[in-house]
Ligand binder design. Structure first.
Ligand SMILES: Cc1cc2nc3c(=O)[nH]c(=O)nc-3n(C[C@H](O)[C@H](O)[C@H](O)COP(=O)(O)OP(=O)(O)OC[C@H]3O[C@@H](n4cnc5c(N)ncnc54)[C@H](O)[C@@H]3O)c2cc1C
Ligand code: SF4
Length: 510
């Protein structure tokens, strides 16, 4: 009799073309899928995120069974559940007389190492759902002084042929970002991302999550995410038909009464494996070829996926397990309570956090230029912020969240990802959103207790990190503006910033 092997399928590996499934034998190997406490509890995940992963896992297990696979599935509330992935593998190995495990390499160092340390033979296969392999990324990165995404992106355009014409970028340029910075207006006719009604299987998961994770930050219901590949494909179709057209123009815009604007809300599905990054991009490219969407929208969207998404994964694995603890600016302030829903007078932060609590979602500019920007200006410890982002978004997995937080947003990696810190005063937020008009602070005031905190914290950040950033050729102008200000005004700005931080540290509502 052939000895069965265990084929581990993790919660974010729900793809029929997964390399581990490709290497498995349907007639004798056992697929292992497990809902375990070590995964649901290592950070206080948003209830919607836990529900999405578990519901999608259960549906995927059913698909595999329908296809003739033997699936050993562990539910979170089973008595025999050992509580960890490795524990479940050992239990299944024992039950089936197996001593070998095949798995597609996990997207998190923690699990890669746990599996490496197992007393079973574990083969970790490359995750070929990405466009660039990790070796390809390293080859690209190894002879470069600076790892700028834009150059990596061009390689990916050449490799995939997406929006390429005779070896050149379509439209004569690689990047149409200068067209992509328009503020948005409320539009009652704008579509929302597609929503799905939970079926019985998902309802059962919702009750379980309600019961066990009801106290975690975040609203579980209403729950409208896609949990199967078929549904995710419909969500993609809906996005391309109804929202993609304005994606480019309004990519950086924020509106208090429109939480999604022209964003796709596809990251949860791509990251789970329900959609492939290349198939999503080909669909978008086709819409552009058909003349249904403008070039800046198609190019801008494709760049996020074959550019940023691939690039941050390459950085995460290249930089190693210590990446999440980097803190080059030595920021140590505790994450303020307002990030967990505590009161704040800053309308932009209040909206970004409320939306995060309700939806498990905020779009990129809210993450980068509101919550991320504020944390960087206020000197919040990057590790605490990293844990927050990893917890509160339904699309958050460490390989993608950590480089975005530690690198792009907090500059805690010393500039590997961002050539200069993403900091701005209230002026940027005012230009790109309608938050400021309804705020207790005044975005036009530059000093004093009622001035926008972003205005004063911005200069305080630049002033206290002057030694590090003054020589950065993209920041020289900013420092000369600061130096030209009258000394008394500079002092007022710094005093206002420090007083604000003091009030925040005291627990006052700021
Ligand atoms: C501090 C911070 C933390 C973040 N954490 C995550 C995270 O945990 N998981 C995650 O998927 N994205 C993360 N991002 C990137 C980005 O904000 C989300 O991918 C995006 O908001 C998802 O929403 P969407 O699908 O509507 O995106 P859209 O605006 O519709 O963009 C299309 C797609 O491009 C990809 N994409 C866009 N920007 C990025 C990026 N910077 N990195 C990787 N992929 C990108 C996503 O797959 C996304 O679905 C983070 C960004 C910041 C600044
Ligand atoms: S005034 Fe400042 S704090 Fe208020 S919404 Fe605008 S940017 Fe945010």
């Amino acid at each position: 009799m052939v000895t069965p092997r265990l084929v581990l399928v993790l919660g974010d590996q729900l793809s029929e073309g997964l390399s581990a499934l490709g290497a498995a034998r349907k007639d004798c190997d056992i697929i292992v899928m497990a809902e375990v406490a070590s995964e649901t509890e290592y950070v206080p995940h948003h209830p919607k995120k836990i529900a999405l992963v578990l519901a999608a896992m259960r549906h995927f297990a059913e698909t595999l069974r329908d296809q003739g696979w033997t699936v050993a599935y562990t539910r979170l509330d089973e008595d025999e559940n050992s509580g960890s992935i490795t524990g479940e593998l050992l239990r299944r190995a024992d039950a089936h007389g197996a001593d070998e495990v095949i798995v597609t390499r996990p997207g998190e160092w923690r699990l890669v190492q746990d599996l490496d340390d197992m007393p079973l033979k574990v083969t970790q296969l490359p995750d070929d759902r990405f466009i660039a392999s990790l070796d390809e990324f390293d080859a690209w990165a190894s002879d470069r002084k600076e790892l700028r995404m834009e150059y990596f992106y061009r390689e990916m355009r050449r490799k995939t042929g997406l929006m390429m014409e005779d070896g050149d970028p379509a439209g004569g340029q690689w990047n149409f970002d200068h067209d992509n910075r328009k503020p948005a207006k409320t539009d009652m006719l704008r579509s929302a991302p597609m929503q799905f009604t939970p079926d019985d299987m998902t309802e059962e998961v919702l009750r379980l999550v309600e019961d066990r994770f009801g106290d975690n930050f975040g609203a579980l219901r209403p729950f409208h995410f896609a949990v199967t590949r078929g549904q995710a494909l419909r969500a993609l179709d809906h996005f391309v038909k109804h929202l993609l057209e304005g994606f480019g123009d309004y990519q950086d815009a924020m509106l208090q009464d429109d939480r999604f604007l022209h964003h796709s809300l596809l990251s949860p599905y791509i990251n789970l494996g329900l959609l492939g990054p290349l198939e999503v991009c080909r669909r978008v490219e086709q819409a552009w070829k058909d003349g249904a969407v403008p070039i800046n929208s198609a190019e801008g969207f494709i760049r996020q996926i074959i550019g940023w998404r691939e690039y941050v994964r390459g950085i995460y694995f290249r930089e190693g397990p210590d990446y999440t603890s980097r803190n080059i600016l030595r920021h140590e302030r505790a994450l303020p309570w307002m990030y967990w829903g505590g009161e704040t007078k800053m309308n932009c932060v209040r909206h970004a956090v409320a939306q995060t609590r309700d939806e498990g979602y905020a779009h990129h500019i809210q993450r980068l230029m509101v919550t991320g920007n504020f944390a960087l200006l206020a000197g919040i410890a990057p590790a605490e912020l990293h844990e927050w982002y990893l917890s509160v978004y339904v699309d958050a997995y460490e390989w993608v969240e950590a480089p975005n937080t530690i690198g792009m947003s907090q500059w805690a990696d010393g500039g590997i990802i961002a050539s200069k810190p993403y900091v701005s005063s209230g002026n940027y937020i005012n230009k790109m959103s309608d938050y400021c008009g309804d705020c207790a602070y005044s975005v036009t005031e530059k000093t004093g207790e009622t001035s926008c905190p972003f205005n004063t914290l911005y200069w305080y950040f630049l002033d206290r990190h002057r030694q590090r950033f003054e020589g950065n050729h993209r920041m020289g102008m900013i420092y000369s503006t600061w130096d030209k200000m009258e000394a008394g005004k500079r002092r007022d700005i710094l005093d206002t910033a420090k007083a604000f931080l003091q009030r925040m540290d005291n627990g006052d509502v700021v």
